[in-house]
Design a protein around this ligand. Structure first.
Ligand code: AMP
Ligand code: ZN
Length: 114
């Protein structure tokens, strides 16, 4: 996708603070962290949001969740715990229309999610 921020980050056209990369995913630190540790895992295959999941292979979709766990472990969050968030669409306040998962941790979080 030519005009997509996260596609440009994956290609290296826009700089990012990279954490992890594999065949199907790319992970980097969020530019506006909402918790002490805040990373993003993005699918290399561009789809606008989770609603388009049928356009990904099962392997690509599974790779996203495996990458979330790998990134959390790499960032030292596995023991204390972490939250994985996917914002899908307007009501969830999704701002970048390229499938991505937030990894939030490094602190105690609120019980309520919304
Ligand atoms: P969402 O609101 O779920 O679509 O999440 C998009 C996230 O991308 C937000 O948390 C932004 O802070 C983050 N973001 C936007 N631009 C960049 C960037 N250039 N580098 C890293 N994170 C970004
Ligand atoms: Zn994209």
């Amino acid at each position: 996708m030519d005009d997509c921020l996260f596609c440009k980050i994956i290609k290296g056209d826009i700089p990012s603070n990279k954490i992890y990369e594999d065949e199907d995913t790319y992970a980097f630190f969020d530019i506006h962290p909402q918790t002490r540790v805040h990373a993003l895992v993005v699918s290399k295959h561009h789809i606008p949001d989770l609603g388009y999941n049928a356009e990904l292979s099962d392997h690509e979709l599974a790779a996203c969740l495996r990458a979330c766990a790998a990134v959390a472990t790499q960032l030292g969050l596995a023991q204390g715990g972490y939250r994985v968030v996917n914002n899908c669409g307007k009501d969830a306040c999704q701002t970048v229309q390229h499938l991505h998962f937030h990894i939030l941790g490094g602190q105690q979080m609120a019980e309520r999610m919304a």
